[in-house]
Design a protein around this ligand. Sequence first.
Ligand SMILES: *[C@@H]1O[C@H](CO)[C@@H](O)[C@H](O)[C@H]1NC(C)=O
Ligand SMILES: *[C@@H]1O[C@H](CO)[C@@H](O)[C@H](O)[C@H]1NC(C)=O
Ligand SMILES: *[C@@H]1O[C@H](CO)[C@@H](O)[C@H](O)[C@H]1NC(C)=O
Ligand SMILES: *[C@@H]1O[C@H](CO)[C@@H](O)[C@H](O)[C@H]1NC(C)=O
Ligand SMILES: *[C@@H]1O[C@H](CO)[C@@H](O)[C@H](O)[C@H]1NC(C)=O
Ligand SMILES: *[C@@H]1O[C@H](CO)[C@@H](O)[C@H](O)[C@H]1NC(C)=O
Ligand SMILES: *[C@@H]1O[C@H](CO)[C@@H](O)[C@H](O)[C@H]1NC(C)=O
Length: 740
Amino acid sequence: MIAMTMLRDNMAVFGGLALPLIASFLVVGVTCSYKYPEVRRDAAVIDEYHGTKIADPYRWLEDPDSEETKAFITAQNNLTLTYLEDAPYRKELRSKLTELWDYPRRGIPKKRGEKYYFFANSGLQNQWVFMVQDSVEAGEPRVFLDPNTLSSDGTVSIKTSSFSKDGSLFAYGLSQSGSDWVTVHIKNVTSGENFPEILRHIKWPSISWTHDNVGFFYSRYPSQDDNKNETGRETGSTEHEKIYYHKVGTAQDKDVLVVEFIDKPKLSLSTEISDDGDYLIVLTYEVINEEFVYFASLKDSLKTGFQEKIQLQPLNTEPASFSYVTNDESLFYFITDLDAPSNKLVRVDLNKPEKKYWSTVIPEANEVLEWADPINNNFMFTSYTKDVKSTLELRHLQNGSLILEYPLEIGSISSTSGKRKDTEFFFKLSTYKNPGIIYRIDFTKDDLKPKIFHETTSKIDSSSLVVEQIFYKSKDGTKVPMYILYRKDLVRDGSAPAYLYSYGGFSSSIEVGYSTSYLVFVNNLRGVVAIPSIRGGGEYGKDWWDDGRLLNKQNCFDDFASAAEYLIENKYTSPSKLIINGASNGGLLVAATVNQRPELFGAAVPEVGVMDMLRFQKFTVGYYWCGEYGCSENKTHFDNLITYSPLHNIRLPKNETVQYPAMLVKTADHDDRVVPLHSFKYVSELQHTIGSSERQTNPLLIRIESKAGHGSGTPTTKLIEDIVDEYGFYIRALNITFYE
Ligand SMILES: *[C@@H]1O[C@H](CO)[C@@H](O)[C@H](O)[C@H]1NC(C)=O
Ligand SMILES: *[C@@H]1O[C@H](CO)[C@@H](O)[C@H](O)[C@H]1NC(C)=O
Ligand SMILES: *[C@@H]1O[C@H](CO)[C@@H](O)[C@H](O)[C@H]1NC(C)=O
Ligand SMILES: *[C@@H]1O[C@H](CO)[C@@H](O)[C@H](O)[C@H]1NC(C)=O
Ligand SMILES: *[C@@H]1O[C@H](CO)[C@@H](O)[C@H](O)[C@H]1NC(C)=O
Ligand SMILES: *[C@@H]1O[C@H](CO)[C@@H](O)[C@H](O)[C@H]1NC(C)=O
Ligand SMILES: *[C@@H]1O[C@H](CO)[C@@H](O)[C@H](O)[C@H]1NC(C)=O
């Protein structure tokens, strides 16, 4: 689980505001200043960090349930909606987005038992539907599980799904209103009926079935409050994750605690069962990618059932990333970055797990080895990221030697399916031009070429789309890759609007992918979309990540600002037409970069961002990010965090001709990853310090969505309304024209 990544499939974002609003800005001369809501400043809250006093006047906004916070939300949404409703072309935007979103699409098929399962969306369905088909090419697909029937407004989504080994039982996790909290339900595939038990107190479930089809391992937190179900609006720290064994057909309170690390409350735990069913693998970390792996043989307990704690043996003594590939009895294959910043594939004998006995199956290369999928018993597919493009190769499993290289279009392999014993492999390739082609490779045939299995046809003709990849120099000379998308007929005179998006954190890579909203920006706003892979991501391995985290975090903001300068110098756009956007860690990126370089941008939209760098570790699972940012308890890190923390670096620009860009801060009431209080405190400070200046004619607004969370699981209706609001904001703030 990467704690803060956000997939931007069709752009992750949030839907319509619930409150009816009335105008509340003043006309001052020819320009507008905005009458922002009065937000109380509490001068009494002052913290001392290593001898430095830091005021926190909006501490009271950290309580989501107080009447004062509720009034704040109402008043801010009121002002924002008033502004947005007056944006031109909203109707046109909504009807264009709705028309273009409405095409049937489907995900990759997975064989479980004798049947094939896949997710599908007929076009505008709020949530994707889980379908079943009797054979890969014949038989009509039928609905297996339709989350759209589970709520009237589409806010219940499927977060995870897992079949027992024989395919007869199905466990699935549901989330409400975009929260990370999940309830796990179990269905009998034959009868179609659900078992009575519902498992709670779970986030990011790694459901690992034992091969006897009796039950599964999963991890959960202690109950937050025995008298209440989790809602996703809690802000308290979630600690003490533990692993339990659940026997299907029994109540959750009968689950057996099998693994806990009592003295490590902040450890994240996840499980996997080896391909042969004989081993339990436990992955643990306090800092993302700094994992310690444990294992246990299940051979004896499978005979007796799981009634007590499992004795684990450690695999590694130095922290590193590990991903299990497969095993032949005690010989395990892992991809790891231990002593290999771009990853390598190693074989470890569990009888002699010390590093000196490991053997290298695929040595480290210049490109990053992303994954290896075993197939057809003794083969595997591998994929590298090479300058932000996926590769695909076929190899011998036991010695890694190369059999075939598959040439691919510029794109990312977004999903794969096929297990060790299977003779077929599916992969889905996404590109900026195409919503995804699913290929199938069939080992029962001589010809191992991928055949198109399913192709999605969107409603957008992308024949006039240019996809350019350039490399620009950042402040310190580092070469950074950037994709730039625009129409062939773009006139490069600096007049076009540009939308610059990035993330830069947690070793999470930018993936090439189709986006209806990007294409609307390019085609209907006649704009440029630019997506750099700044440092902090994983595109070039661990070094690229390390160069953008902890004391090196400033490199991310420099890389982002340098991308903006490249676009301006090369006349793709100009500052008054340049928009920056990012979410989560990317929301921090946008807000920090605006504080440092306000003159570079016309508009900025930080979404669900981490804004208070001194206190993020106190809420929900924020403590996981101490390995990314460092925490204010440590003086070295405090001294660094205070240089860029968005909340603490808002100052009226010294240059009197410069103001802040038009800003639309976005958050949602059920975001329990990056809790909304970050955005509340940040926008209050922004309006107080910047918005009170006469020079500031650009609006500084916040949109607080209801019944939505950090981004995943957002229903289609809310996604479309959100883009109408966001693009409407750009159109109004930057005077952009909409073309049919
Ligand atoms: C919105 O703001 C206006 C002007 O301040 C006020 O009259 C109105 O009551 C507000 N509406 C809501 C729903 O809060
Ligand atoms: C699932 O349902 C089938 C058909 O009703 C039944 O025969 C089977 O025993 C059920 N499986 C379990 C594990 O309850
Ligand atoms: C939790 O939710 C379930 C319904 O999903 C309900 O049956 C149960 O009573 C709730 N528990 C509490 C303590 O509210
Ligand atoms: C790798 O293993 C395969 C299958 O056993 C064998 O055919 C091939 O020659 C081996 N390659 C090398 C380089 O050892
Ligand atoms: C504080 O952080 C620095 C830099 O990462 C580290 O070297 C040091 O050991 C930390 N201090 C404490 C007390 O943890
Ligand atoms: C102030 O900002 C403007 C606009 O970015 C710039 O052209 C000008 O050179 C700046 N003035 C100074 C003194 O830096
Ligand atoms: C807005 O754009 C239109 C069309 O490009 C232009 O004619 C108009 O002058 C612009 N308005 C302002 C206030 O810049």
